[in-house]
Every structure is written in structure tokens, then in C-alpha cells.
Write a protein that binds this ligand. Structure first.
Ligand SMILES: Nc1nc2c(ncn2[C@@H]2O[C@H](COP(=O)(O)OP(=O)(O)OP(=O)(O)O)[C@@H](O)[C@H]2O)c(=O)[nH]1
Ligand SMILES: [Mg+2]
Length: 314
């Protein structure tokens, strides 16, 4: 945080014209690459990514500055057909994010096209009245002709202001998106100090990083019934930090999976998480992971609050 600059709009652009700012919600099916794109546009990891579906659970704001504009990207959970209570909370949150935004970015995995959830979301977007842009992602995986067909098919249902073809993974086309948004967002003061890139408290980002490693390591075995919380954060005199986290699972059998044979899984998860955390924090990290069973945490309102989600009552 820049303590001296209490009014974020002041002095931020070196006098080069008025400032612009606004919120841009990324909406799309799960696994479309929304979090990858937010990290790319912000230029730092603010939201976790995995090859599994339903990685993002709550709205994460990633903040980028481009030209005179401060663009606040709202990474939302992917939209899909909800089954469990947690699913419903995630999907409601994603649509809620769209309502709060100045701009909507609808992200499609070009390889999948409108198959499955993307088509349902597109229908839902008819009712959303903010300006919308279409972003066809993963163009590194498809041939250009298919992209033109997809562009036409999507715009025939909902007309978008613009269509962009990008790869969030290798960055192609991403500058065009930034240039467009920076010019299109309304004039106004910046919402955050210029050196802030996320609104997620460090404790929560640290929990998310561990959850990402858990997802990556236990992709087949561990279902979505896991949740990570940071319980202790202790800065030490020698400049290092001691972090204690708990991985909550719903059943004893899941605890065994999270620990792995001879503790192999938890060790690997801990090592990967510690490595990334010490890079982000730029200080040595001592990470202690514990696995606990908390039956039906997926029905516990307190856990939802901790994740930044509203608790659906039905
Ligand atoms: N080939 C390719 N893969 C990509 C691209 N963008 C994202 N991916 C991959 O797609 C997978 C899903 O990415 P995420 O960013 O987690 O997707 P998401 O839309 O945030 O998913 P949820 O949070 O589950 O809704 C990851 O394995 C990414 O590496 C891209 O441009 N090209
Ligand atoms: Mg995500």
C-alpha cells in the first residue's frame, strides 16, 4: 500500500489527461480460462488456476493499470449446472458479479465452443444490460476458420460490442483487450491505490495457493469436498514467516487421500505451496499443513462466509 497517496486518483497519471476506471466481470463456463486471463492482465498471480473444473469459488478482484485507466477485473466462479449447496452459491456469486460490473467479458474456450454451459450462459447474458465483449480464448488450440464461425454464431444470439481472439496462456491478443477496455471505461477516479493488485487478504491468497496445489496433486482422487484455511500467520524476527493451514475434508477416507501413502501427498503439496508462497512474499516461509475432517463443511454457513460467499438457504 502506498501510504502517502491517500487519494488514489491524485498524482496517478503524471497529469496525462483524465483518469478512467471501472469494474470488468469475467463470465464464462468453468475451465474457460478466466483466472488465467485475470492473472495475465494483472501481470501477477491473484487467482488460482487448475486444469480441473470449478477451481474459482468466490469473486477475486485483480487490479491492472493501463494507460490512464485502472481496470478492476472480477474473476468469478465458472457457471455450470449447480448440484450441491456450494455449487449454487458459486453460480449465484458469478451472476451477482455481472450485475456489479461496468463491463462484461464473456470468455469462451474456443475448442469447446458453445457446447454445454457456454450456451446456457449466453442465453442468460440476454438479460444483462451492461456493455459486453466476447473473448474467444485458447486460440492456440483451434484453427482460425472455426473462430470466425464461432464469432458469428455467438453474436447472432447476443450482439457484443467487440470480439477478441486470444490465448490467456501465451498472451496473444491480450494487449488488444487491455487497449480496448482502457479506452472504453468511463472517466472517473481510481478505486484503489496504484500499487494494489488484488483485494484478497494475504492469508486468504495463501490458503488459495495451497488449495491450488491440492487440486493439482490430487486431481483424480480428491473430490471438491476440500477447503483450506490459514489459521496462524507469524512474522518472525529473522525475516521469515510461519504459516499454519488446515485442509478440511468431509470424511476420514478423504483425509487418507490428502495425506497420501507415508504422507507423500501432503509433503508434495506443502513443498509446492511453500515454494510459491516464498516467491510471492519474498521471504522464507515455514509452512505447516494439517488435515482435519469436518463433516458436512459444505453445509456450514461459517465456511461460506470465510470463502466470501453468501450461504444459500435452500
Ligand atoms: N491451451 C490453453 N490453455 C489455457 C488457456 N487459458 C487457460 N488455459 C488452461 O485452462 C485450464 C483452466 O484455466 P482456469 O484459468 O483455471 O479456468 P477458469 O475459467 O478460471 O475455471 P474455473 O475457476 O473452474 O471456473 C488451465 O489448465 C489453464 O492452463 C489458453 O489460452 N490456452
Ligand atoms: Mg477460475
Amino acid at each position: 500500500m502506498n501510504e502517502e497517496n491517500t487519494n488514489p486518483a491524485e498524482g496517478s497519471t503524471n497529469g496525462a489527461g483524465p483518469t478512467h476506471s471501472g469494474f470488468v466481470a469475467l463470465i464464462g463456463a468453468t475451465n474457460a480460462g478466466k483466472s488465467t486471463l485475470v492473472n495475465r492482465l494483472v501481470g501477477a498471480k491473484v487467482s488460482i488456476v487448475s486444469h480441473k473444473v470449478q477451481t474459482t469459488r468466490a469473486i477475486v478482484r485483480g487490479i491492472a493499470i493501463h494507460n490512464n485507466a485502472q481496470i478492476v477485473f472480477m474473476d468469478t466462479p465458472g457457471i455450470f449446472k449447480p448440484r450441491r449447496r456450494l455449487d449454487r452459491a458459486m453460480v449465484t456469486t458469478a451472476w451477482g458479479g455481472a450485475k456489479d460490473a461496468d463491463f462484461i467479458m464473456f470468455l469462451i474456450d474456443s475448442e469447446r465452443g458453445l457446447k454445454g454451459d457456454a450456451e446456457t450462459i449466453l442465453e442468460g447474458l440476454k438479460e444483462v444490460h451492461q456493455p459486453k465483449i466476447l473473448v474467444l480464448n485458447k486460440v492456440d488450440r483451434v484453427n482460425p476458420e472455426d473462430l470466425l464461425k464461432l464469432t458469428a454464431a455467438v453474436n447472432a444470439v447476443v450482439p457484443f460490442e467487440r470480439t477478441f481472439m486470444i490465448s490467456a496462456l501465451n498472451g496473444s491478443g491480450c494487449d488488444d483487450v487491455m487497449n480496448y477496455l482502457a479506452g472504453a471505461l468511463p472517466e472517473g477516479p481510481w478505486y484503489y491505490p496504484e500499487d494494489q493488485i488484488s483485494d484478497l487478504p494475504m492469508r486468504q491468497l495463501a490458503a488459495e495457493i495451497t488449495r491450488e496445489k491440492l487440486f493439482l496433486r490430487l486431481h483424480q482422487e480428491l473430490p471438491y469436498s476440500s477447503h483450506v484455511e490459514t489459521e496462524k500467520w507469524e512474522e518472525r524476527k529473522d525475516g521469515s514467516v510461519r504459516i499454519e493451514q488446515v485442509i478440511y475434508v468431509e470424511r476420514d477416507s478423504q483425509k487418507k487421500i490428502a495425506l497420501g501413502k507415508n504422507g507423500d501427498a501432503i509433503k508434495a503439496i506443502s513443498m509446492a505451496s511453500r515454494k510459491e508462497l516464498s516467491e510471492i512474499l519474498e521471504q522464507p516461509v515455514h509452512l505447516f499443513l494439517f488435515v482435519k475432517v469436518r463433516e458436512n463443511w459444505g453445509d456450514d454457513p461459517a465456511r461460506f462466509r470465510e470463502m466470501g460467499l453468501d450461504f444459500p438457504t435452500s
